[in-house]
Design a protein around this ligand. Structure first.
Ligand code: ZN
Ligand code: ZN
Length: 587
């Protein structure tokens, strides 16, 4: 089916090629051709979003391969120039800008950022195989056959990876070892069982079993290389994980696509932190008599707030019922959104809560995996990190952080009406470009925005406890930005980070340590929450002013989400001009 439509698209494109002034329709055909070509260049990403034609491909990350990627990007950037920007619709203009940004970013990542040299965790096949094993998009036999040819390429893949690595960071080397050990689990007994259970012929089964053994050997060889050849050299000559101010600003520009620079957002986060501290102290004073009736309120406001948070944090679920508590809260949130008429939620798209798969372990405590734009009937998973490996005191620390109040805010953020709802809208949006190249700051900004919006609408009955905990959580978002920028641009140390997170943002030690680790492994991503939130709140204020009495919250939410995961600054332009959501279908 897909090959037929590819053929038609190419014919259409060629027949329009001689035209010096392409009509707006040509851009739709161009997008289709571009996306299909892009998937062939990035087969792992394609499987991830649910386009499975190239599942069997796995390119060895050689210099030749990188050169091909760069010329691919340059040639498509040239093609973009043929379109008369002013003659495109608003929605097409933002698609064009998002494609352009994607291509320019790719070139920058390959030529300047060069993490293929210093980040060994770039090389990990666990995720791609996890999708192929768990996916319901094709019969088991078809998926196993694609997996088998992919496995045959793993030896060359990991050999090229070993060639690429030059003076990596200690942090990314450790992560690569851990994640690749997790990837080995993917090739474990349950995969072998499904080979035996399949309807494949005997020869194919034997081939597959051999390829599984070869795949495991390739991964194990890479782990051995990192443990035995790289790790011993790291004490003397490892690279600093801090990328520095210049690289950080450039990465911020590529990844966030904001109207602000990283430095400006950092300054705003520092101001916001001050304001939040003020609000938290007001709430603490208000509740003091209820919780500490015989004790005087400390003159140090941060100490007083901390005491109040500590008392409220004691209310948490048992470690064994962490997942069950989450499962119980999701229907309550759905009911509230319906009752207050905040957003339409599609009852046909179920949310499945599951234990975080091993190959995903290591970076975040809870996350959403949604079906991509091609997997319209796939399940959305709410991955919950397990507490199984925690000691009693680690578990207690974690549960105080995710106490009764914060756990509800986490579920708003991750599930309803946060990420889950946004991703369902994004997949229904008519722009494949916006679904595929979704903007992280818009996506995170929306989730952070919904936390504030739900409380404003009365979720938690406006109790000072809920609001104080909300501000603590919002302070976390704000401090994510301060931490990220300070670590990478101002040389913040682990001790200084712990002071920021524990003493000024009231986090439990386990959470703060995890956040420090994340700041050492990622860059810029921690800024996306605050940046997107800040820009969405500003947009809502602007529209309230413009529309006055006729402003409607539900319409605002639905219109905002209808544009797909485009950068807030583009959505803002479209919404302030009052243009209709795009009419042209790209699928
Ligand atoms: Zn406890
Ligand atoms: Zn999030």
């Amino acid at each position: 089916m897909r090959n037929v439509s590819l053929f038609i698209v190419i014919v259409l494109f060629i027949s329009c090629g001689g035209n010096k002034e392409p009509k707006t329709m040509d851009f739709e055909a161009f997008k289709e051709r571009f996306i299909l070509d892009f998937w062939k260049q990035n087969p792992g990403w394609a499987s991830y979003v649910g386009f499975h034609d190239y599942d069997s491909l796995l390119y060895a990350p050689t210099q030749e391969r990188r050169d091909a990627e760069v010329s691919f990007c340059k040639s498509y950037l040239d093609s973009l120039n043929q379109f008369d920007f002013d003659k495109l619709t608003r929605a097409q203009q933002t698609d064009l800008l998002m494609i352009k940004n994607q291509l320019e970013s790719s070139i920058w990542y390959t030529e300047t950022y060069r993490s293929f040299e210093w980040n060994p965790s770039n090389y990990n096949v666990g995720g791609a195989f996890g999708i192929m094993i768990n996916g319901k998009y094709a019969p088991l036999e078809e998926r196993l056959t694609a997996m088998s040819s992919k496995m045959e390429k793993m030896d060359a893949y990991y050999e090229a990876a070993k060639q690429n690595i030059k003076q990596p960071t200690k942090e990314h080397t450790e992560l690569a070892i851990m994640q690749n050990k997790g990837a080995l689990d993917v090739f474990g007994p349950s995969l072998i069982d499904s080979v035996h259970a399949s309807k494949l012929g005997q020869t194919e089964k034997e081939n597959l079993l051999t390829n599984i053994e070869l795949a495991k050997m390739a991964i194990q060889d890479y782990i051995d290389f990192l443990e035995n050849e790289i790790t011993p050299t790291l004490e003397e000559q490892s690279r600093d994980f801090r990328i520095g101010k210049e690289m950080f600003e450039q990465k911020f520009k590529n990844d966030i696509v904001s109207s602000y620079s990283a430095d400006e957002i950092y300054q705003k986060a520092v101001e916001t932190k001050k304001k939040i501290h003020g609000k938290m102290f007001e709430l603490t004073e208000k509740m003091w008599g209820t919780y500490f009736n015989k004790q005087l309120i400390p003159s140090d406001t941060l100490v007083a707030i901390k005491m109040m948070i500590d008392v409220l944090s004691l209310e948490h679920c048992h470690r064994d019922s962490f997942m069950a508590t989450i499962e119980q809260q999701i229907p309550e949130l759905t009911a509230f959104v319906k009752e207050k008429d905040l957003l339409y939620l599609d009852p046909e798209k179920p949310l499945v809560i599951r234990k975080e798969p091993a190959y995903m372990a290591g970076v975040a405590g809870a996350s959403i995996s949604a079906p991509g734009p091609y997997d319209k009937f796939g399940d959305t998973y709410y991955n919950v990190g397990t507490l199984e490996n925690y000691t009693e005191s680690e578990a207690e620390s974690y549960l105080r952080e995710y106490n009764k109040y914060i756990l509800q805010i986490l579920n708003i953020h991750e599930a309803i009406p946060g990420h889950y709802a946004q991703l369902v809208y994004s997949n229904e949006s008519p722009s494949l470009v916006k679904s595929v190249f979704g903007n992280g700051a818009m996506i995170e900004g929306w989730a952070v925005y919904t936390e504030r919006m739900m409380l404003e609408e009365g979720y938690g009955n406006n109790s000072p406890e809920m609001w104080l905990m909300y501000y603590k959580w919002n302070l976390r978002t704000t401090c994510n930005t301060i931490l990220d920028y300070s670590v990478h641009c101002n040389g913040m140390t682990e001790d200084q980070a712990m002071d920021l997170l524990v003493d000024q943002a009231f986090q439990q030690e386990a959470e703060a340590k995890g956040k420090w680790r994340r700041a050492t492994l990622t860059q810029v991503q921690l800024c996306s929450y605050f940046t997107g939130f800040y820009e969405i709140m500003q947009l809502r204020n602007e529209l309230k002013k413009k529309k006055g009495e006729s402003f409607d919250l539900k319409s605002f939410h639905e219109e905002f989400l209808s544009f797909g995961s485009a950068p807030v600054k583009y959505v803002r332009e479209m919404m302030l001009e009052g243009s209709e959501p795009q009419l042209a279908k790209s699928e």
